[in-house]
Design a protein around this ligand. Structure first.
Ligand SMILES: *Cc1c(COP(=O)(O)O)cnc(C)c1O
Length: 403
């Protein structure tokens, strides 16, 4: 049996214990951490048992694409953290999103209603990969409830897809209300919760049908794992596993182990990162070189009502975006080159603070006009705030802003 602390146990406790320390039957000892099970295939003392494992009558591994004990421990951990019945660990966030989308649409109208403010690769998957296979994607502003209601009535989507906090302008759509609208329309809601993690928000508790993460970011947290996960509830689990057995998007056991190791400290890291981000946001707001700051903890945030309903005080995420006064691309490059500690790299959610330039990275495929329409200007910079001393982060940013 997996070690599964009681459901009302704190997330900090479950992050350390859930899924770990499976007892091997008949052995007198139990390893303290789940081993990396590298075997691709398994046999049983009695061939009839293997037959029962294949038929699903007996629990146990038979072949790694169908399930692996290291992955299963990680999946039990993630299901526990996200309040779901089960999870599937995938080789990347994109593989997890793809699996969630095909599962949700398998027996529904092949139309997906998606937020216009999605991660760039997700927009590409919908528009350039899935659309040619006959899955129609309709994009709308998910912060506008009336627009979502109209789009549902007009397009009859089989699924809705949104992110908890958008990138890079950090908008927060009313996920709880959208979940109710999806349910009423018989559509399934897929929520990419990468920016929020289960410490801030657990979409399944608000009525979502699938929670997806790029575990590459906060959950693994150390910039050394590419991975993803889909967490869902009982009626969707068997279809999810069936499609996974057929498509084969699974995470490898080494990455699975590293992810579990990372998750043990994730609530501590995330709590610190959120606190640091709050300090960075308020410091930037008074800095003479800064025009504007985007941060979900800002009381004047355009989505303050949804944020107040969905988020706990002080836990507003660890992403901050800001516009540098009068800066063009070369001024932003000078700023990035002048940083000595903060890393000018593309990802987010790692222990180290990182600065990204959306115009160069996530939104480079868009025309300047399209970016302007989305509100992504040439002077917009995004920082993923790490766990370092906040004084050192501010000192580095200040030095670079004055360079
Ligand atoms: C990084 C990211 C993804 C994609 O995840 P990968 O692990 O890089 O495949 C999807 N959604 C969001 C919000 C992300 O930040």
């Amino acid at each position: 049996m997996a070690n599964r602390p009681a459901e009302n146990t704190s997330l900090f406790t479950r992050a350390v214990h859930s899924g770990d320390r499976k007892r091997a039957p008949g052995s007198g000892f139990t390893p303290v951490t789940t081993p990396i099970h590298t075997a691709t295939t398994y046999f049983y003392n009695d061939a009839a048992d293997l037959e029962r494992v294949f038929s699903g009558e007996l629990p146990g591994p038979n072949y790694s694409r169908h399930g692996n004990p290291t992955n299963e421990a990680l999946e039990a951990l993630l299901a526990s953290l996200e309040s779901g019945d089960g999870a599937l660990a995938c080789s990347s966030g994109m593989a997890a999103l793809h699996l969630a989308i095909v599962t949700a649409l398998a027996d529904r109208n092949k139309v997906i209603l998606a937020s216009g403010a999605l991660y760039g690769a997700t927009i590409n998957m919908l528009a350039k990969v899935l659309a040619p296979f006959g899955i129609e994607a309709v994009f709308t502003d998910f912060c506008d409830e009336a627009a979502v209601a109209r789009a549902i009535a007009e397009h009859k989507p089989g699924a809705l897809l949104m992110e908890t906090i958008s990138n890079p302008l950090l908008r927060v759509a009313p996920m709880d209300r959208i979940a109710a609208m999806a349910k009423a329309a018989g559509a399934q809601l897929i929520v990419d919760s990468t920016f929020t993690t289960p410490l801030l928000l657990r979409p399944l508790e608000h009525g979502a049908d699938y929670t997806v993460h790029s575990v590459t970011k906060y959950l693994a947290g150390h910039g050394d794992v590419l991975g993803g996960v889909v967490v869902t509830n009982e009626p969707n689990l068997e279809p999810l596993r069936m499609l996974s057995r057929s498509l084969g998007p699974l995470l490898g056991p080494f990455e699975s182990y590293l992810t579990m190791r990372g998750i043990k400290s994730f609530p501590l890291r995330m709590e610190r990162q959120c606190a640091n981000a709050g300090r960075v946001a308020s410091w930037l707001a008074t800095h003479p070189a800064i025009d504007r700051v985007y941060f979900p903890g800002d009381p004047a945030h355009p989505d303050a009502a949804a944020i107040a309903r969905l988020f706990a005080p002080g836990l507003f995420g660890a992403m901050v975006s800001f516009e540098v006064k009068g800066a063009d691309q070369s001024a932003v490059f000078r700023l990035m080159n002048a940083l000595r500690m903060v890393v000018p790299a593309t990802s987010l959610g790692d222990v180290q603070s990182m600065v990204a330039y959306p115009v160069m990275a996530s939104h480079r495929e868009l025309s300047p006009k399209h970016r302007e329409r989305l509100g992504i200007r040439d002077n917009l910079v995004r920082i993923s705030v790490g766990i370092e001393s906040v004084g050192d982060i501010l000192a580095d940013l200040d030095r670079a802003l004055r360079a």
